[in-house]
Ligand binder design. Structure first.
Ligand code: UDP
Ligand code: MG
Length: 308
C-alpha cells in the first residue's frame, strides 16, 4: 500500500485548522488504497496555531507536526515538510481550504497512470483585487520572457509528487527558495489539473502587496540573469549614443562655429544616464546580496519542537 504525506505550512491559522483537518480527512477516508498522514509545519505562528495542532494531534493518530523557532516563510516550511517525510507520495497544501481536498483522489489516479508530478492551476482569479491580478499576470509574462524555464501562470503550490521528485527537490539546497522556479527547473512528467479560485475560509492572506512584489523580484533574480544582460546592453547602447553625439557636437562647433547651447537638455541627459547607472548598480547589488546569503550556508529552517 502506498503511503501519502500531506504537508501543510501554517502561519497564524488557528481559525482554519480544525475545519481544514475535518474536510481533508473526510476526503482521505474515502481513498482506501493509501495510508495517509498529515504533517503540519507551524511556521513560527504568533497566535495559537501550535496549540490547535497539538490538540488535533492528541485526538487523531495520523497527525505529525514540526514547529519552527521563528517565521521562516512558506518555502522553508515546504522544504522542512519534504525533508522530514519518507512517504511514497507527498502533497503540499495550504491550510485555508483554498486548495480543494476533493482533488486528491484524482491526483493519485494520475500518479498511478505514470505521472511524476500532479500540479494544480487556478484558471480564474475570482475574488482577487483586479490590480493584484494585473500585476500577477505581468509578473508571469516578464519572468517567462526573461528566463528559459517555463513558469506557469496561476500555478499553485498545491501538488502531488512522487518520492523521486521529492528527492530531486531536496537536492536543490539553495537558501533563496522560489518553488515555482524550482518546479520549472527540475522537469519530470507533469499533469496539470485546473480549478476555479476559491476564497479563503477564515483569516486573511498573509501576503501584502509589498510581499508579492519582493517575491516577484526574488523569483526573477533566482532563476535568470537576464537583468544583468539588460543592464550591460543598455550601458553599451548609451555609450554609443553618447559617442555619436560628442562627434556631432565637435563637428558642429568646428564647422559652423556654433556655441553649445541647451543647459536643460544636458541636465536631463545627465539625470537620465545617472538613473540608468543607479538602476544597473541596484540590479548588480541584488545578485550580490543573494550570493552573500548563499555563501553563508545557513540552514533553511530551525526546528523548536516536533512530533512524529
Ligand atoms: N504560510 C506560511 N508561512 C508564511 C506565510 C504563509 O507557512 O510566512 C502558509 C499559510 O499558513 C497558508 C499558506 O502558507 O497555509 C498560504 O498562505 P496564504 O493563504 O496567506 O497565501 P495565498 O493563498 O494568498 O497565496
Ligand atoms: Mg491562501
Amino acid at each position: 500500500m502506498n503511503t501519502l504525506n500531506i504537508i501543510v505550512p501554517c502561519y497564524n491559522e488557528e481559525k482554519t485548522l480544525n475545519n481544514f483537518y475535518f474536510e481533508l480527512s473526510e476526503h482521505l477516508k474515502k481513498i482506501y488504497s493509501i495510508k495517509w498522514n498529515v504533517l503540519f509545519i507551524d511556521d513560527g505562528s504568533s497566535d495559537n496555531t501550535l496549540n490547535v495542532i497539538k490538540d488535533l494531534a492528541n485526538k487523531e493518530d495520523n497527525i505529525s507536526y514540526i514547529s519552527f523557532s521563528r517565521n521562516f516563510g512558506k518555502e522553508s516550511a515546504i522544504y522542512a515538510g519534504l525533508e522530514n517525510s519518507d512517504a511514497d507520495l507527498n502533497i503540499m497544501m495550504d491550510a485555508d481550504l483554498q486548495d480543494p481536498p476533493s482533488l486528491i483522489a484524482e491526483m493519485i489516479k494520475h500518479v498511478n497512470d505514470g505521472y511524476d508530478i500532479v500540479a494544480s492551476r487556478r484558471v480564474t482569479r475570482k475574488g482577487e483585487p483586479p490590480i493584484r491580478s494585473f500585476f500577477a499576470r505581468l509578473f508571469y509574462k516578464l519572468i517567462n520572457l526573461l528566463s528559459n524555464i517555463n513558469i506557469v501562470d496561476g500555478a499553485r503550490d498545491y501538488k502531488l509528487i512522487t518520492k523521486q521528485v521529492t528527492d530531486s527537490i531536496l537536492e536543490l539546497k539553495e537558501y533563496n527558495r522560489f518553488s515555482k522556479g524550482i518546479f520549472g527547473w527540475i522537469g519530470f512528467k507533469t499533469k496539470w489539473i485546473e480549478y476555479e479560485n476559491i476564497e479563503r475560509t477564515n483569516g486573511e492572506s498573509s501576503w501584502s502587496f509589498w510581499d508579492l512584489f519582493k517575491y516577484s523580484i526574488e523569483g526573477i533574480i533566482s532563476f535568470t540573469t537576464a537583468p544583468l544582460h539588460i543592464a550591460t546592453v543598455s550601458g553599451i547602447i548609451f555609450s554609443i549614443i553618447a559617442f555619436i553625439s560628442i562627434i556631432v557636437i565637435i563637428l558642429k562647433t568646428l564647422i559652423m562655429g556654433d556655441p553649445v547651447e541647451g543647459w536643460p537638455s544636458t541636465v536631463s541627459i545627465i539625470l537620465f544616464v545617472g538613473g540608468i547607472q543607479l538602476f544597473s548598480i541596484g540590479v548588480l547589488g541584488q545578485y550580490l546580496g543573494k550570493i552573500y546569503l548563499e555563501t553563508k550556508k545557513r540552514p533553511i529552517y530551525l526546528i523548536k519542537e516536533k512530533k512524529f
